[in-house]
Design a protein around this ligand. Structure first.
Ligand code: NAG
Ligand code: NAG
Ligand code: NAG
Length: 810
């Protein structure tokens, strides 16, 4: 009887039952500001003080009655368990919480983070696309950046991995807590979850991209080095930069026009004074093997006095986002374009400029049925004037320099939702459009984060139609499946040292999101890079899949030949190494495009059995085989690099007599301190792989005509394999039309077999191998066969014998 009485008493005291709820097991019932015991209890939730200021005082009682769980059949691991309470499904507030099987969580974007692996100690990540530069939390809010990716990867304790997508475009937040557990809170739509069961991280990305769309196949030149600056000032400056790059013999495939090539930043115009002669210049650099990419922004000025067809035609087609107050009228805001006749005071404050220089703009609705007739036609029309090779779509969060519209926003349920997720404010419409505007047939509230994504496909379509080539589109604001149409750069970063490290985290994140064509602005966008920072950043950036140096209008020049060429040698060396590996990088993109694999890859994707790799984010792999361990800190002249189990070979020992070629042949992983002076960026090749290479040149047009090489890095059993994808380089859908060559390489028992698996493309000039380097062999390879025929004596080995070198253990 006594115990019965006690139980009754406790139930009366704690609505959650007999057991106290530990801090880590509490799920926040009052995420809004201003929680009090009274307000909490009015919600039917539990209030209890705690010394942990991150844990909620107001929390749900666990609720097993209304819950679901998902378990992995093979292992019994419970991947999801929502019995923790808090499930809410209402008009503008949907919430679900789940326990997780481990605290190894990755993904969600777009954000700046200190680690690739998430911190589970009560962190809230808002997601809603926003024109916001990467940086630390602002007013206690982790900044939501340009893109929205409600997708995470979780590695279970036994090394199996799964991914989860919440396919929902409304403003949302995710709370991570040490239970381990997470809570999704979104302000609209439905709870549309997709689970990808792996069972390793690489499988998860393959399954995810099978669902959202495989990454597009970039053209070969898109893997070359790219150079941009907002505010070169004039075409003469651009010409000088390009000439200098050639004089210093630094590989340089792509030159850019940022918004200053335009007349007053208006799409489909060229500044007639500062960029007079741009089309002829573009023709000339294209003849030299280079490419030109231009920026386009969505906002279209309404205030031209001379005819401006993009506005008048768009108005005739009625393609603009409409005002929520009067749906017959477009919503007007302000972005770049200036009023006609503007004389700009370069010292004017931002607000003064917006008020006085920036014209009223309208925003195209890229969901509009006639969008190709407008956007697509203007792209094609402009191509008649300027022969661009790629399109860079910026400002498509969409950004707006006035909040909501030129007249602000009315008080309505979309612009003042009952719950504001932890995104930057102060309002949900800050820096963008009113949420009640009509976009894609619904309130912008629902489609806001789809803006950049919706622009990508029509842009890619128009680019391909007008150039007849694949080209590249890359955008700032992205959403799941954007990788099928475009690449991404990591936005307006800053010339500061920690942004070298964070760029690796950003690349790994976008790898998970199925967007492998990614990189950060090399040497930083905002602020001025110092020569030593830019030097290290050029070395790191040489290993970004999308390798571009770019900075802002007021910033000091930072192209690799600046500073009297002080960093030019290091930049040239690193980029020449990049170009040497381009056949391998291109093959990785083919694999990403056809199988959904990652290109830049976290070490854990390859070494999941080694738990140390689950937290590594200062090194990264290209595919399975090439390990990059950059110097990321000022003044450092060595790198603490981790080598997982297996054989690893120092790439540079190929080209020098440096000793210690095999760095870490071992049964288990180990860390090594690698000396690394300013000339060095460590690159190691993993035993078991054959890497196709090619001699570098000033552009990919010329490198593609040079001899190929093979690096054969043997594993413990003396085996290695690899492949090479080769096509014309920029034709559309060479894979679908079988217009490519696929070659596989296999080494076993001292024989290298080269097999042409598919021969749908004949390069001109024909590919030839000049150098075959074998790492890790105590003896020379004795035989080479091509398609089963021994060719050793005549064609390959003799010709290259002097270059076939033994890199056996030393
Ligand atoms: C690249 O080198 C080739 C000759 O090797 C030359 O014809 C071409 O003009 C060069 N291109 C550039 C952009 O320097
Ligand atoms: C610019 O156009 C808007 C209409 O979109 C108009 O209301 C405004 O007065 C114009 N401003 C100027 C300075 O012409
Ligand atoms: C814009 O509209 C005008 C008038 O209808 C037409 O002549 C012109 O071809 C259109 N331009 C584009 C690029 O659609």
């Amino acid at each position: 009887m006594a115990s019965f009485y006690l139980a009754v008493l406790l139930i009366a005291l704690t609505p959650c039952g007999l057991d106290a709820v530990e801090d880590n097991d509490r799920f926040d019932c009052y995420p809004d500001d201003g929680a009090t015991q009274q307000l909490c209890e009015a919600r039917g939730c539990m209030w209890e003080e705690t010394n942990n200021n991150k844990a909620p005082k107001c929390f749900y009682c666990p609720d097993a009655a209304f819950s679901l769980s998902v378990a992995r059949t093979a292992t019994g691991t419970v991947l999801w368990d929502t019995s923790v309470g808090g499930f809410t499904f209402s008009d503008q507030f949907l919430q679900i919480s789940t326990k997780l099987p481990s605290s190894y969580v990755y993904g969600f974007g777009e954000h700046e983070r200190n680690k690739f692996r998430h911190n589970m100690d009560w962190w809230t990540w808002g997601m809603f696309t926003r024109d916001e530069a990467p940086g630390p939390p602002s007013n206690g809010v982790n900044k939501n950046l340009y893109g929205m990716h409600p997708f995470y990867l979780c590695v279970e304790d036994d090394g199996k991995a799964h991914g989860v997508l919440l396919l929902n475009s409304n403003a949302m937040e995710v709370v991570l807590q040490p239970t381990p557990a997470m809570t999704f809170r979104t302000v609209g739509g439905i709870l549309d979850f997709y689970m990808f069961l792996g069972d390793g991280p690489e499988d998860v990305v393959r399954q995810y991209t099978e669902f959202v769309g495989r990454p597009f196949m970039p053209p070969y030149w898109g893997l070359g080095f790219q150079l941009c600056k907002w505010g070169y000032g004039s075409l003469d400056v651009v010409k000088d930069v390009v000439k200098e790059m050639q004089e210093y013999n630094i590989p340089h495939d792509v030159q850019y026009g940022d918004i200053d090539y335009m007349e007053r930043q208006m799409d489909f115009t060229i500044d007639p004074v500062n960029y007079q002669g741009l089309p002829e210049f573009v023709d000339q650099i294209r003849r030299d093997g280079m490419r030109y990419v231009i920026i386009l922004d969505p906002a279209i000025t309404t205030n031209e006095t001379a005819p401006y067809p993009p506005y008048t035609n768009g108005t005739a087609l009625d393609v603009w986002i409409k005002s929520g107050e009067d749906t017959s009228q477009p919503l007007t805001g302000k972005v770049w374009p200036y009023y006609p006749g503007t004389v700009v005071d370069p010292n004017a404050e931002w607000d003064y400029k917006v008020e006085n220089y920036n014209a009223y703009s309208v925003f195209p609705d890229y969901f509009h049925a006639d969008i190709d007739r407008w956007w697509g036609e203007f792209i094609k029309d402009f191509y008649k004037t300027l022969k661009f090779d790629g399109l860079w779509i910026d400002m498509n969060e969409p950004t707006n320099f006035v909040h909501g519209s030129v007249t602000g926003c009315s008080d309505n349920k979309w612009d003042n939702p009952p719950y504001m997720p932890k995104i930057l404010g102060p309002n949900i419409y800050s820096k963008t459009l009113c949420m009640n505007s009509i976009h894609g047939g619904t309130e912008h509230y629902n489609t806001h984060s789809l803006y950049g994504w919706s622009q990508a496909e029509p842009t890619q379509r128009a680019l391909r139609e007008v150039t007849g080539k694949r080209g590249i589109v890359f955008g700032r604001s992205t959403f799941p499946s954007a990788g099928h149409f475009e690449g991404h750069w990591l936005g307006d970063n800053t010339a500061k040292w920690d942004h070298l490290h964070k760029s690796i985290i950003g690349m790994l994140d976008f790898g998970l999101f199925g967007m492998p064509y990614v990189g950060a602005d090399i040497c930083g966008f905002w602020d001025d890079a110092t020569p030593d920072m830019c030097h290290r950043w050029m070395q790191l950036g040489a290993f970004y899949p999308f390798s571009r140096n770019h900075n802002y209008e007021g910033g000091a020049p930072q192209h690799p030949t600046h500073w009297d060429g002080v960093i030019a040698d290091a930049a040239r060396d690193a980029l020449q190494t990049r170009y040497t590996f381009l056949p391998f990088l291109y093959t990785l993109f083919y694999q990403a495009h056809t199988q959904g694999s990652t290109v830049v890859r976290s070490l854990m994707h390859e070494f999941i059995e080694d738990k140390l790799t689950w937290s590594i984010d200062r090194q990264f792999l290209w595919g399975p085989a090439l390990l990059v361990s950059p110097v990321l800190d000022q003044g450092e002249m060595d790198v603490n690099a981790y080598f997982p189990k297996g054989r690893w070979y120092d790439y540079y020992s190929v080209n020098s007599d440096r000793q210690g070629r095999e760095v870490a042949g071992s049964d288990q992983g180990r860390s090594l301190l690698l000396p690394c002076d300013m000339d060095c960026i460590p690159v190691h090749i993993r035993g078991g792989h054959v890497i196709p290479t090619q001699e570098h040149a000033n552009t990919t047009v010329y490198s593609r005509r040079k001899p190929l090489g093979l690096i054969v890095a043997l594993d413990e059993a003396g085996r290695a394999s690899g492949s090479l994808f080769w096509d014309e380089g920029e034709d559309i859908d060479t894979i679908g039309s079988n217009s490519y060559r696929m070659i596989s390489f296999n080494v076993a028992e001292s024989t290298l077999d080269i097999t042409v698996e598919r021969n749908g493309y004949t390069p001109d000039p024909e590919l030839r191998y000049e150098t075959i380097q074998v790492f890790g062999s105590p003896t020379m390879p004795t035989d080479v066969t091509v398609n089963g025929q021994s060719v050793a004596s005549e064609n390959i080995v003799k010709k290259t014998a002097d270059k076939v070198r033994d890199y056996g253990k030393t």
